[in-house]
Design a protein around this ligand. Structure first.
Ligand code: SF4
Length: 340
């Protein structure tokens, strides 16, 4: 490492170091402001130089974010940030690559890419801003809109079941899957740092209120007065306990969760214990939603598997050894025909 590189490495950063000179153009009060605050704070705390980050987005309100970051960035086309981010990571595995997407861009238009990047385990970090509506195009229902949502494109209410991003990520083989709300800035900051540490695809599902077209859609479980009672904070190795007084828990029995109430001084021993490596448990947790159950927040799944670009580079090295980078040898290595 050169002296200059060392100096850069040892520099400490402030969140403002990651701000660009562009004024954010989100609506006043939009929770995208809270997300970018958490993102810039997390990057500063990670202490990695800004030129070692690339932030790639698709289209939508969330997708404006790279303009406001003082890092490398690319505002791409609708639903396609993931293939471009994959290319960036393969071209330069040293870069820390972030995808900023929304429920429309990530689950609908780019849903196919979301599935395949998780199956491949490319080492990129995906932040999905879920406001359950198309904000940029002025309020049509999205794949995650709650059933019965009434808006401009569903005047009599939506009749379809919503997609569940955490369940989709788990079913696609994601090796790091987490969820939080934009209202929980500290929690989001910590999750972003954990996602960065993870080698492989990391996916954070973020509930984000859109004040203009879907205001209050998460209020039932994210308002300050109710969040302790109605959220289940997932902690690896700890029992699934929730409630303001820590007097309720979950027990997984006969393929479903049951809610158990108890004296907090004496919690039952048979409550289910969270295990980030247990895919079946993570999947069952991803299906819980208010008001039947508390809404789980935190890391659902975290397992270690080789990443796509790691395996790709290993394969390239092996191929180079085999053909000793002799192009002529490579060209004449397969079936050859002489055409007369
Ligand atoms: Fe935010 Fe909604 Fe405005 Fe888009 S339309 S910037 S999501 S408040």
């Amino acid at each position: 490492m050169s002296t200059l590189e060392k100096q850069i490495e040892e520099k400490t950063y402030k969140p403002s170091d990651f701000k660009s000179d562009q004024e954010p153009r989100w609506c006043p009060g939009c929770e995208d402001y809270a997300i970018i605050k958490a993102f810039q704070t997390a990057l500063a705390e990670l202490g990695i130089p800004k030129e070692k980050h690339a932030v790639i987005s698709g289209i939508g309100c969330a997708a404006r974010l790279p303009y406001y970051m003082s890092t490398y960035g690319f505002h791409t086309i609708h639903g396609r940030p993931i293939p471009i981010a994959t290319g960036v990571k393969i071209a330069n595995p040293e870069l820390s690559v972030w995808v900023i997407t929304g429920d429309g861009d990530g689950i609908s238009i780019g849903g196919n890419h979301l599935i395949h990047v998780m199956r491949r385990n490319v080492d990129i970090n995906i932040l999905l801003f879920d406001n359950k509506v198309y904000g940029l195009t002025k309020g049509q229902y999205s794949p995650t809109s709650n059933k019965g949502t009434v808006n401009k494109s569903a005047p009599f209410g939506t009749i379809e079941e919503p997609a569940e991003p955490v369940a989709l990520a788990l079913a696609s083989g994601a090796t790091f899957v987490a969820r939080t709300s934009a209202a929980y800035v500290k929690h989001l900051t910590e999750l972003i740092k954990e996602a960065h540490k993870h080698k492989g695809t990391s996916f954070i599902h973020i509930y984000q209120n859109c004040y203009i077209y879907n205001d209050g859609v998460f209020d039932d479980f994210t308002r300050k007065e109710v969040r302790e009672e109605r959220n289940l904070i997932l902690e690896h190795g700890k029992p699934l306990i929730f409630g303001k007084n820590r007097d309720k828990g979950l027990r997984f029995k006969n393929g479903r969760f049951e809610i158990v109430e108890f004296d907090p001084k004496n919690p039952p021993e048979d409550l289910t214990v969270h295990d980030e490596t247990n895919l079946s448990l993570a999947f069952a947790l991803s299906k819980l939603y208010w008001p039947e159950y508390p809404v789980p927040m935190g890391i659902f799944r975290r397992v270690s598997q080789p990443s796509f670009e790691e395996m790709l580079y290993t394969q390239i090295e092996k191929a180079k050894e085999r053909f000793q980078t002799d192009i002529a040898k490579l060209l004449y290595s397969g079936d050859i025909w002489e055409v007369r």
